[in-house]
Design a protein around this ligand. Structure first.
Ligand code: ZN
Length: 275
C-alpha cells in the first residue's frame, strides 16, 4: 500500500530555508502529521546557523484549506476520544498544536515570509499570521467560515489584529472572503504579485533581508513583537482561545461531537441549536 508522502518539504537555498506544505491533492488541509512535521521544519530552520530567513510556502493551487475535516476514521476517533475524556483533553491538545505552535513560530528569532496563493481558509491563516511578512499572489483569498460550525473563529485569533475590528466582525459574521488586494489594503499582506512571479518574488525579498546582520534582524523582530504584546496581543489571543474552546464544549453538549455543531443533522433530528 502506498503511503502518503511527507506532508512537508524542506530545503535550504543559500541563507534561505524553504518550507513547503505538501498535501496539494488535499489543498494542503492540515492533519496532525502535517502540523507535527511543520513544527519540526521550523525547528530545523531555527537551529541551522546557515539559515537567516525562512520562507513558508505551499505546493499546489492552494495555500491551505484549514484543518483537515475529511473525517478520516482515525481523526474522528481521535477527536471523539478527547471529548469523552473531558473537555480538558481537547483543550490541552488544541492549546499545544494550534495556539502553541503558532505562537512558537511567531517568535522564532529569524525573519519569516509566508507565501500565499489560492485559498487560505480558517486554520490556513494560522500558518501565515505567525510569519513576519506575507506575500500574496493576486489570486489569494482569505476566509474564516468557522462561525458556520457554531464556533466563533479559529483557535488563534489574529482576525482583529490583522483586519481591524469592523472587518474582522464582517468576515466572521458573514463568512465572507477577503481578496489579496483587500488584505493588502487592510495591512495584513505586505505585497501582492502575479501568481507566476510568486516564488521568485519571495526569494528575491528573502535574499534582500538576508543581507542584513542576523542579530539586527532578530532584535528588530523582537522589538515589533514585543510592542504588540505590550499592546495586549497575545493576552487577547489566549483569552479568545478560551472562547473558542467554549464553542467546542457547546458542540459536544448539542450534538455530542466537539468539532462542529452539525446544523443539518440537528435539523433532520427535529432539533434546533439552543443558542
Ligand atoms: Zn478548535
Amino acid at each position: 500500500m502506498s503511503q502518503e508522502s511527507n506532508p512537508i518539504d524542506y530545503a535550504v537555498e543559500g541563507p534561505v530555508a524553504v518550507i513547503s506544505l505538501n498535501r496539494p491533492e488535499q489543498a494542503n488541509a492540515q492533519n496532525r502529521e502535517l502540523l507535527i512535521e511543520l513544527d519540526k521544519a521550523w525547528d530545523q530552520a531555527a537551529e541551522d546557523d546557515q539559515v537567516k530567513v525562512i520562507i513558508l510556502r505551499a505546493n499546489g493551487k492552494h495555500f491551505s484549506a484549514g484543518h483537515d475535516m475529511s473525517n478520516s476514521n482515525a481523526q474522528a476517533q481521535f477527536e471523539q476520544d478527547k471529548a469523552e475524556a473531558g473537555m480538558m483533553k481537547l483543550y490541552m491538545h488544541e492549546r499545544k498544536h494550534f495556539l502553541g505552535f503558532s505562537r512558537k513560530w511567531r517568535d522564532i528569532p529569524k525573519p519569516s515570509i509566508a507565501v500565499v496563493q489560492g485559498s487560505c481558509i480558517a486554520a490556513g491563516m494560522m500558518l501565515c499570521w505567525p510569519c513576519d511578512l506575507i506575500l500574496a499572489a493576486d489570486n489569494a483569498k482569505f476566509r474564516d467560515p468557522v462561525v458556520m460550525m457554531g464556533i466563533g473563529g479559529v483557535e488563534y485569533h489574529g482576525h482583529t489584529w490583522e483586519f481591524g475590528p469592523r472587518k474582522a466582525k464582517e468576515m466572521l459574521f458573514t463568512a465572507s472572503t477577503i481578496t489579496a488586494e483587500e488584505a493588502r489594503e487592510l495591512g495584513m499582506v505586505n505585497r501582492v504579485v502575479p501568481l507566476a512571479e510568486l516564488d521568485s518574488s519571495a526569494m528575491e525579498l528573502a535574499l534582500q533581508i538576508a543581507k542584513m546582520p542576523a542579530f539586527g534582524l532578530a532584535m528588530a523582530k523582537r522589538a515589533v513583537n514585543q510592542t504588540l504584546d505590550v499592546m495586549g496581543q497575545y493576552t487577547a489571543i489566549q483569552n479568545v482561545f478560551d472562547i473558542h474552546s467554549l464553542g467546542h464544549g457547546n458542540a459536544v453538549a448539542q450534538c455530542g461531537f466537539p468539532v462542529l455543531v452539525d446544523l443539518e443533522k440537528l435539523k433532520q433530528a427535529g432539533k434546533e441549536p439552543k443558542s
